[in-house]
Design a binder for this molecule. Structure first.
Ligand code: K1U
Ligand code: ZN
Length: 170
């Protein structure tokens, strides 16, 4: 297993729509294992392949942050089938470090995808789990949580990271 680098806001891969996975092979299974290790080490409760600079539709989720193996969810080509309700709550993103903002998300979602053996999975998720699924699936569509904030907040956050990148380069 390997820990992968998590890319940050401003990197072009985070703004791209990721490509569907047509064949679940050993390369995809290894990527999933490495993403789980990377998510736990961060630490985080979710991770998407584009955050490790791989433009493929793969996500990992673990609300237990490594405490309970049974809670690890890996989904290939996840899609949201339905959304219900609305909850506003603070959320963060490993690609936008140290920024936490209130975001409205559905209270309940039904998500479909495949597991690493290619079996179809349909999952019902509520509250935090529903939030993390929405956040990770947004990543697959090239969308960060800052993109659903007000235009002013979005601009200020993007400017802050642009300045940081410029300072790191000099
Ligand atoms: O995709 C990511 O950037 C990971 C992100 C997932 C997420 C968090 C909160 C709401 C929606 C989606 C994170 O995991 S940020 C870190 C975090 O929230 C956390 C870390 C350790 C323990 C508990 C939470
Ligand atoms: Zn994120």
């Amino acid at each position: 297993m390997a820990r992968l680098e998590i890319i940050k806001i401003g990197h072009p891969t985070l703004a791209k729509k990721s490509v569907r996975i047509e064949k679940i092979d050993d390369e995809i299974r290894r990527l999933a294992r490495d993403m789980v290790e990377t998510m736990h080490a961060a630490p985080g409760i979710g991770l998407s392949a584009p955050q490790v600079n791989v433009s493929r539709r793969l996500i990992t989720v673990d609300l237990s942050v490594g405490e309970n193996k049974d809670e690890i969810i890996v989904l290939v080509n996840p899609d949201i089938l339905s959304r219900e309700g609305k909850v506003v709550r603070e959320e963060g993103c490993l690609s936008v470090p140290e920024i936490y903002e209130k975001v409205a998300r559905p209270q309940k979602v039904v998500v479909k995808g495949q597991d690493l053996e290619g079996r179809d999975r349909v999952l019902e998720a509520q509250d935090m789990l529903a939030r993390v699924f929405c956040h990770e699936i947004d990543h697959l569509d090239g969308k960060l949580f800052v993109d659903i904030l007000s235009p002013l907040k979005r601009k200020l956050i993007r400017q802050k990271f642009k300045k940081k990148d410029e300072a790191d380069e000099s």
